[in-house]
Design a protein around this ligand. Sequence first.
Ligand code: GLC
Length: 570
Amino acid sequence: MSSSNLKVDVNQNGDVKNAADTLDDINDIDFSKLLEKPRPLNIERLRSLDERSLTELSGSPQLRNADNASRAHDHADSYVFSPSVGRRSGFNTPRSVHGFESHPMVGEAWDALRRSMVYFRGQPVGTIAAVDNSEEKLNYDQVFVRDFVPSALAFLMNGEPDIVRNFLLKTLRLQSWEKKIDRFQLGEGVMPASFKVFHDPVRNHETLIADFGESAIGRVAPVDSGFWWIILLRAYTKSTGDSSLADMPECQKGIRLILSLCLSEGFDTFPTLLCADGCCMIDRRMGVYGYPIEIQALFFMALRCALLVLKHDGEGKEMVEQIVKRLHALSYHMRSYFWLDLKQLNDIYRYKTEEYSHTAVNKFNVIPDSLPEWIFDFMPSHGGFFIGNVSPAKMDFRWFALGNCIAILSSMATPEQSTAIMDLIESRWEELVGEMPLKVCYPAIESHEWRIVTGCDPKNTRWSYHNGGSWPVLLWLLTAACIKTGRPQIARRAIEVAEARLHKDNWPEYYDGKLGRYVGKQSRKCQTWSIAGYLVAKMMLEDPSHVGMVALEEDKQMKPVMRRSNSWTC
Ligand code: GLC
């Protein structure tokens, strides 16, 4: 790595520091605050902000009062929710507390997860994307923010929060770097896609090198990283009951910077977030530009998590008001326009076009002829899902797993919609789970469409990688969604399917084929998030209270929307 790749940091006084100096500053953060003991066990389940309504919060007196009380409740709650706090097992593979016998793969997975840990100046700060020396590394030797999330959850569930806290603090410092692509400067709040530890053998010194999109293939900034960071900060706080990390002024500022990027006013006519292709887990051109479901669901979840960890005073209060407004608009928009079930599909099929004015039913002027053939067979009688994208005259009907699972976990989906998503997964088991959970999206795009949409991407040929490939990491999201909707048996079935192959195949990154039968053609082995995703799924099934770290209750005041449709107009 050439020294020109090292970033510089411009502080508020305009002083420029080199990366190494900047990283020394990380140690200036008052760590003593973080050492404060968590509060004692709270037996009574307190009413958390998760359960407080946004409407309740939008009134200013409540905003004031909601502040510390409700934030504290969310944290105190964690003791009731997450018994793992009391069973720290150090660096051992966790043993079951409920007499549930671990699969032999669990021990292997823990060993592999530990091998992936990355240290910076003696402290664990993350996990490497893949410990696979057989392939060209590209950037798989980096700590990816999104990839670290399942690792972090596994560590939290096992009572090892230190690596998660270090990760949150290190990435927070990286956020303050000046980020440039050619001569263009990125927003202050952008979080890196990934970072790596660079060891300078001459100075015998370690520094961090981060990628905000300026090195990434396609040069796209990761919109999801900041959202995952906020979601993880809340999971850490919930799991440990320690709010001192989130309360640090640096963390509060970090949250505000991330959200300022998304909440600023502009030309938008929708509350959803406009994105470039490849700005999330699907980080290559796949026709997910516009308003991809993955980002909208993560945005919603991050906004709700921010409400729980932001101090509702001073600068925080103004942001809280903005968040509450946006959540109302976003949930309405998503539940109304992204939701598809048999009835809605039939309505779209019969849409009139070229309507003008407020009375329009087909607001985005979707032409029924643009409905793809496959959707008519795919849609079960019972069930539904949030489609991939909605923008003027464009509906991407593809199913995307991550967005739909996060929609359930964040309660962006109503309880009925959540049930319907699970119904759909059950009815379309072969298509979505097949021989390896879970399809990242369905169906694959092929032939001419593949050429146009992906730009002839040889990595994303049909039923491979992002184009209909099966990604074991998604198992943790599926399991969490299953538990939240009271359908753990679905997760059990999926885990059994994965257990038949994952370890034997050495934890591939993804599988190919309509049924996910083949190890992906360019799939890395020993892919850390495949390993961590499996562990998290197992631990959540064993102790469903862990789901509280990544799930938010429905806001009772957010009523399901009444949609106007042509069938009601006669
Ligand atoms: C691939 C995936 C991306 C992941 C990265 C590291 O680029 O598309 O989502 O973060 O690999 O595993």
